[in-house]
Ligand binder design. Structure first.
Ligand code: SF4
Length: 314
């Protein structure tokens, strides 16, 4: 079969019809992923998508690439293993806020400090949609969605602030209903050399009747000005320009973290923080300078005993 050199979003379509509810923000994220991969001219066979459990967990079924639908909260460790085995793959880990920030919270934190070259996309809707709308770690204290009997009595977590503290080297927030800007963020995240996370505000019109598309559009505000605004439109510079300058890193982290707490009449999206630092792959290379630089999958032939290859990584 001839391999196309110019890739289009249609090349990433499968023949499985997405069964998300009408109006779900997941459709926007799916479209943005397909468009970003096509714009980067990445071939479908060079992509791996890995998901956890939840409505978002179905996404790899709808993207024509290698795909794994794994266990609850486990997309990141599976994606990590795959990227280590085949460093040439473009690896996209994904899942919901309950999946990643609740069940997979330990993996969420520890992926940041490793700085492996992959992208983690979190479909953040404030509820566990697949299991009928229980509150998730990002639902705010006092919020009561239509699926809850009483308001939440717990504070929400701030995933942007946690990601910055955990060591992610590219931290962004997208908005699922703005596919164009979501695609632009995804392109930068995939191009970034290191672990990138995009927390995506994703309306769930079925179970979350608070953080809706109308809410993000500011329809309830007297001004009717959209709550969602782009950091770049206000001249916010997220990037560390000298990675050897510890003071600059701290200053950028402080500025990004402060911005991440803005929530109310104005909600920022865009890139909060970015820095170029050595990846986990760089660490392996420095630790074992005599190790082969080719990917593990290229060092072994089908049927070959790979014990000696794997032994080099013990
Ligand atoms: Fe989307 Fe919510 Fe329906 Fe799940 S339950 S598919 S998140 S609208």
């Amino acid at each position: 079969m001839a391999i196309a050199t110019e890739v289009s979003p249609a090349d990433f379509r499968t023949d499985i019809h997405p069964d998300w509810c009408p109006g779900c923000g997941d459709f926007g994220i799916l479209n943005a992923i397909r468009q970003a991969l096509a714009e980067l001219n990445i071939q479908p066979h060079d992509v791996l998508t890995v998901s956890g459990i939840g409505c978002s967990g179905k996404t790899p079924h709808y993207i024509k690439s290698y795909g794994l639908h794994t266990l609850h909260g486990r997309s990141l460790p599976v994606a990590t293993g795959a990227k280590l085995a085949n460093s040439e793959l473009t690896v996209l880990a994904m899942g919901g806020d309950g999946d990643g920030y609740g069940i997979g919270a330990g993996h969420f934190v520890n992926a940041g400090r490793r700085n492996l070259d992959l992208t983690y996309i979190v479909f953040n809707n404030g509820v566990y949609g697949l299991t009928k709308g229980q509150s998730s770690p990002t639902l705010r204290r006092g919020d009561q969605t239509r699926s809850m009997k009483e308001p939440s009595i717990q504070d929400n977590i701030n995933p942007i602030a946690i990601a910055i503290a955990a060591g992610y080297t590219f931290v962004a927030r997208g908005y699922a209903m703005d596919v164009k800007s979501m695609k632009a963020i995804l392109i930068k995240a995939i191009q970034h050399r290191g672990t990138a996370i995009i927390d995506v505000l994703q309306p769930c019109p079925v179970y979350n009747d608070l953080q809706t598309a109308e809410f993000y559009a500011g329809r309830d505000l007297a001004t009717a000005i959209p709550r969602v605004y782009k950091l770049e439109d206000e001249g916010f510079d997220p990037y560390v320009h000298d990675p050897d300058d510890g003071d600059e890193i701290i200053a950028k982290k402080v500025a990004a973290t402060a911005r991440s707490f803005e929530w109310g009449d104005r909600i920022p999206i865009g890139i909060f923080y970015g820095v170029d630092l050595p990846t986990l792959g760089d660490g392996f290379a420095a630790h074992r300078p005599d190790a082969p630089t080719t990917s593990i999958h290229k060092q072994a032939q089908p049927g070959q005993d790979v014990t000696s290859v794997l032994g080099r990584f013990r």
